[in-house]
Design a protein around this ligand. Structure first.
Ligand SMILES: Cc1cc2nc3c(=O)[nH]c(=O)nc-3n(C[C@H](O)[C@H](O)[C@H](O)COP(=O)(O)OP(=O)(O)OC[C@H]3O[C@@H](n4cnc5c(N)ncnc54)[C@H](O)[C@@H]3O)c2cc1C
Length: 379
């Protein structure tokens, strides 16, 4: 077993680390406070190839492996999880979904601008009454011969206001249950498609989360992804890979908070010595470092499974479950190590703690990951 990263992987990780420090760190507190989407920064990430990392270069991507993607996600998430969620949705849900299941025409028209970062995409599965229970889709796509007529509402859509292309999961044939679901590509600006108000969130406040309304939206048949009825499978397959990205995001949030706590503990003095010299604090740091390394290994294992074309449903769900719960625990500890300073915005750890929470919720809650894991081990 070889744990050594390749030169290329190290280069990508270091480039992401540099970008996070020089481009994302300045203004991250203000963007969080004002709920400001990091538009300029996302544009630069596109130019540097961070938005289509794993896409084939023939379609404008970087042709990199999933391990490199995990390494870059960790570095970006250490500093700005509002930027890394855009990266994650665009890479692992939108670009991967289109590249793996789209037609050549769809790839030429949509994948190339998405992978180059010229535009960004959104993945629209959740609805007001269909979150964890994704089979209860109420958004309908009625077959009208050469097009579908789409009606319904999607909720909590990341990049909801800023995306140009939306992959929308809809129910076409209710009698067929989840086999009657389709995934459609819908462009912003299509008549009848409206973006709702931006959500005012606990964390990842710079990210752009909206509800979407579809009112008699005509979508050409050539915008369906895969065969008729493939939509639910498309969503599940895509989310299985997406989880690796969110696991890496959780890992990054935790390791960002840990690095800040480690540094702070060696500067702050109490009772005549650095707080890191008090065993209670040193042991907290030891636990954090151990849990972070465990999450990193799980993330890299899931990424490696994907790169080796092995099944990654189980390893991806384990990585997400562990990394998300670990991020929540360890960002709380990072705030604790900072004492009162951890409770104010300037020290970053309170933001990381708020950002960690979402990783236990989206792309399948921690409870849903346990369902995926238990089904897999019991089958
Ligand atoms: C900031 C943000 C961004 C998001 N981005 C997107 C996006 O881009 N695209 C998209 O499609 N969705 C997105 N989501 C939606 C997200 O995926 C859902 O919120 C999530 O899947 C949970 O669904 P729900 O909110 O309806 O909760 P529910 O499904 O109602 O769950 C509520 C609680 O019940 C638990 N629960 C539900 N069913 C079970 C069960 N069978 N066993 C045990 N426990 C259960 C859940 O784990 C949870 O704790 C986003 C959400 C947020 C908050």
């Amino acid at each position: 077993m070889d744990f050594t990263l390749t030169e290329e992987q190290i280069m990508i990780r270091d480039a992401a680390r540099d970008f996070a420090k020089t481009e994302l760190l300045p203004g991250v507190i203000e963007r969080d406070e004002k709920q400001q989407f990091p538009a300029e920064q996302i544009k630069k990430m596109g130019e540097l190839g961070f938005l289509g990392m794993m896409t084939d270069p023939a379609y404008g991507g970087g042709g990199m492996d999933t391990v490199s993607y995990v390494l870059a996600m960790e570095e970006i998430s250490k500093v700005d999880a509002s930027a890394s969620v855009v990266m994650s949705v665009n890479n692992s849900l939108v670009c991967w979904g289109l590249e793996t299941y789209g037609t050549e025409e769809q790839k030429q028209k949509y994948l190339i601008p998405l992978a180059t970062g010229e535009i960004i995409g959104a993945f629209c599965l959740s609805e007001p009454e269909a979150g964890s229970d994704a089979t209860s889709q109420k958004t309908t796509a009625i077959d009208k011969g050469d097009h579908y007529l789409v009606n319904g509402t999607k909720n909590w859509i990341t990049n909801g206001g800023t995306a140009s292309v939306y992959l929308v999961i809809c129910q076409t044939d209710i009698d067929k249950g989840h086999k009657g679901i389709n995934a459609l590509i819908i462009e912003k600006g299509t008549e009848g498609f409206e973006v709702g108000l931006k959500e005012n969130k606990l964390g990842i406040r710079g990210s752009d989360t909206h509800s979407l309304m579809f009112n008699d939206v005509k979508v050409p048949k050539e915008n369906r992804i895969g065969e008729d009825g493939f939509g639910f499978k498309f969503a599940m397959k895509t989310l299985a890979g997406g989880r690796i990205g969110i696991a890496a995001q959780a890992l990054g949030i935790a390791s960002g908070a840990y690095e800040l706590a480690l540094q702070y503990s060696q500067e702050r003095k109490a009772f005549g010595k650095e707080i890191s010299k008090h065993q209670a604090i040193a042991f907290k740091l030891a636990d954090m470092a151990t849990e972070i390394e465990t999450a990193r290994l799980l993330c890299l294992k899931a990424a490696w499974d994907k790169d080796e074309k092995k099944n990654y449903d189980l390893s991806g769900a384990m990585a997400k479950l562990y990394a998300a719960d670990m991020a929540m625990r360890n960002t709380v500890e990072a705030v604790q190590i900072h004492g009162g300073y951890g409770f104010v915005k300037e020290y970053h750890v309170e933001r990381l703690m708020r950002d960690a929470k979402i990783t236990q919720i989206y792309e399948g809650t921690s409870e849903i990951q346990k369902i995926v894991i238990s089904r897999s081990i019991l089958k």
